[in-house]
Unconditional design. Structure first.
Lengths: 373, 335
């Protein structure tokens, strides 16, 4: 997986550099003044070069490929290496100073904040920048049923083995229209530790009254089936009639999906609904100053049209880079990710929700501040 | 000086030169081969040392820090690292035992067919095919198992659960009254593992059976034995140490097999014998592959402690096999 991504990225880079090499002379020859103006007047310096190293969340992997390709098309002298080793590994490597930025589905804990502060230049430590918002879909495989309405309590009871039949009154009550079969429910969860599980369980624990387990990236009970990684889980749900699982919404495909009860209405997942949930959420209490955009997702929001079962994946970066080139690379690349263009590329490549204009401009301002320091 | 004396002197000089050359070649070869042999020992020692050093924090702290820092050890539910390793060892042994129970008799049959029953041409082709099976990477077996084999096996498992559910092995889930609806269970993993280890066991057994002295076989036949009796009287006693060795080789591979189990099994932790229920078993190797990507430094240490446990089990299995082979060698009829 990792190797194929890398070779894929290398192939893209190679292809792009050929393209750029082929295009640039003719561009320069035809409109010399305009190219000069655009490069010098642009928001990032054109002479960026070198290698930028990052590691972390695999949830960002597909989007990251698009971002890297887009950024390297703008700056052919730059190469960006992102190793999708997982959120925990990404934070560890960042805390050891081995990478310039990290990708993470979860916030740093106090210990990791301290390690990151040590690894970063200056005293300001590291900050989270939300770059990748993706709704998590509760998917199921039932013939003839495309959508079901459920509240958090019901989803929790299903995944805790208390509701075991599809025609259980608890499900029928919320779905008077649906034609529910007399079949057993097979719950499917992730076998490996994952940010998707953590956000799903966090939603269940905060939005329902009956979920008895603690929040962690590991699935808490030993009920049901499980598969490794997103593709493993999706494969089981696809193959098994009567199964229900949770997965990054971009991978929901043709499976039936659950609309969540928010306030008094049921909200199906969508990019807008996910962004709305993030915008309705406050910042985390443990945040490192006002530049640290670490969100404490409000799972119980009643904001209209918000879909609170959302995963935010962050880029973690230092607030100060003594190496000017490293700083320019990090801020340039993260700026590209946060830009409308970068967010659109991620939405196309990975099905994520764009972070929204206000958040985007706030991140850009923070990055400018870091670049100027 | 006469010519003969000169000749003799020249000859002796030449022969001492070639002798020196030989001794240099001898020494070099002896050195290289000793080096190669000791490299094995050094590697083994290095692996053991690595496992011990890296696992040490987890082994020493098994009550304290590791439990706090590792997410997948839920100390509040009363889990501990030792307990988890216990579950995993049980799962590893159970799944390997299933694989061996299927592969050992099957491989004997295939090997005997190739060595004693099949026409020569067919035997050569079949032997080649079996060697080819061994060359298929385990991840391919895993994919094949997860996508093709499991859906085929599941109806059979359902039938077993319904009709033979009173046997503890085939017991259905008490909560739902059915076996796993996906077939991602220990028995599936065992069956795919059996197919994976079949080629290596068969290849070794085939070679062993072919070594049976012709005189023994002819003697048995001359006594009026049928071919099956001849095999019982001549081939099996002669080949027993080799058969045990081959089986242990297969067991070694089954114990350490990672990808196939990782892709086929819905993992869980328990000492349950119910091989048709999902979320009950996992193996050490698959668990390490599953947990490693997202875990922190304490978690890595705990995983390496599991690796150490697997290393010890494998060592134990191999030593037992050696001991069995050496004990039986005297009675095998080979001497």
């Amino acid at each position: 997986m990792k190797i194929s991504t890398r070779t894929g990225a290398i192939a893209t880079v190679a292809a792009l550099s050929f393209l750029v090499a082929a295009c640039s002379p003719s561009n320069e020859a035809t409109d010399d003044p305009t190219t000069d103006a655009s490069t010098n007047g642009g928001d990032t310096p054109a002479e960026l070069s070198g290698t930028l190293i990052g590691a972390g969340a695999s949830s960002q992997e597909a989007a990251m490929e698009a971002w890297v390709a887009g950024f390297q098309a703008q700056h052919p002298e730059v190469s960006v290496n992102y190793d999708p080793i997982g959120s925990g590994g990404g934070r560890t490597q960042f805390g050891e100073g081995a990478t310039s930025f990290a990708g993470s589905d979860a916030l740093m804990d106090a210990e990791e904040y301290a390690l990151a502060a040590e690894a970063c230049d200056g005293d300001l430590g590291a900050i989270h920048l939300p770059m990748y918002i993706s709704p998590i879909a509760v998917v199921f495989n039932l013939e003839g049923v495309d959508s079901l309405n459920m509240d958090a309590d019901l989803i929790g009871q299903i995944f805790d083995g208390q509701v075991t039949q599809w025609n259980d009154p608890a499900i029928a009550e919320q779905n008077p229209e649906a034609d529910l079969p007399d079949a057993a429910i097979t719950t499917v969860h992730r076998a490996d530790e994952s940010g998707t599980t953590e956000n799903f369980v966090d939603y269940l624990s905060k939005a329902s009254d009956s979920w008895p387990y603690e929040v962690s990236g590991d699935w808490p009970n030993d009920l049901g089936e499980s598969g490794p990684a997103t593709s493993g889980l999706i494969q089981i749900v696809n193959d098994t009639t009567g199964s229900i699982g949770y997965v990054d919404a971009s991978r929901a495909g043709d499976l039936g999906t659950v609309a969540l009860k928010v306030g008094d209405s049921y909200v199906p997942f969508s990019a807008e609904a996910a962004s709305a949930a993030v915008e309705a959420s406050p910042l985390s209490e443990g945040a490192n100053g006002e530049n640290d955009l670490a969100f404490e997702l409000d799972r119980t929001t009643t904001a209209e049209g918000a879909y609170p079962l959302v995963l935010i994946s962050y880029s973690i970066a230092c607030q100060q880079y003594d190496d000017a080139n490293e700083g320019a690379l990090v801020t340039g690349f993260l700026g590209h990710i946060a830009s409308a263009e970068g967010q659109q590329a991620a939405a196309d490549a990975a099905g994520s929700s764009p972070i929204g204009d206000s958040l985007s401009s706030r991140i850009t301002a923070i990055l400018d501040e870091i670049a100027a320091a | 000086m006469t010519t003969t004396e000169e000749d003799a002197r020249a000859e002796s000089a030449e022969s001492s030169l070639t002798a020196r050359k030989h001794s240099i070649a001898n020494h070099t070869f002896a050195g290289i081969s000793t080096g190669a042999a000791s490299l094995i020992l050094v590697t083994l020692a290095a692996v053991a040392t690595f496992l011990l050093i890296e696992a040490w924090p987890a082994i020493m702290n098994s009550g304290g820090e590791v439990h706090d820092r590792v997410d997948w050890i839920d100390a509040e539910r009363g889990e501990s690292l030792v307990e988890i390793i216990g579950f995993l060892i049980f799962g590893t042994l159970l799944i390997s035992a299933i694989a061996l129970a299927i592969a050992a008799p099957l491989s004997t049959g295939v090997a005997l067919f190739i060595s004693h029953f099949a026409p020569r041409k067919l035997a050569a082709g079949l032997g080649y095919l079996i060697d080819l099976l061994a060359a298929i990477p385990s991840v391919v077996y895993g994919l094949w198992g997860a996508i093709v084999v499991i859906p085929v096996l599941q109806p059979l498992f359902s039938w077993l659960g319904q009709n033979l559910g009173w046997i503890p092995l085939f017991a259905p889930d008490p909560a739902t009254g059915t076996v796993s609806s996906t077939g991602r269970v220990a028995l599936s993993a065992g069956i795919v593992l059996a197919i994976m280890i079949l080629p290596i066991i068969t290849a070794v057994k085939r070679e062993v059976f072919l070594q049976t002295p012709l005189l023994h076989q002819e003697a048995a036949l001359a006594m009026g034995a049928t071919r099956w009796e001849m095999i019982q009287m001549a081939v099996f006693p002669f080949g027993r140490p080799g058969m045990i060795g081959a089986t242990m080789l297969g067991l070694g591979r089954a114990l350490g097999e990672t990808m196939a189990v990782y892709m086929i099994l819905s993992p869980g932790l328990s000492y349950s014998l119910a091989v048709l229920q999902a979320g009950q078993h996992n193996t050490i190797a698959a668990n390490i592959a599953l947990k490693f990507p997202e875990t922190n430094s304490s978690g890595v240490s705990a995983l390496i402690a599991m690796g150490l446990a697997l290393f010890l089990i494998t060592l134990l299995v191999n030593m037992t096999a050696r001991w069995v082979v050496s004990r039986r060698a005297a009675f095998s009829g080979a001497n």
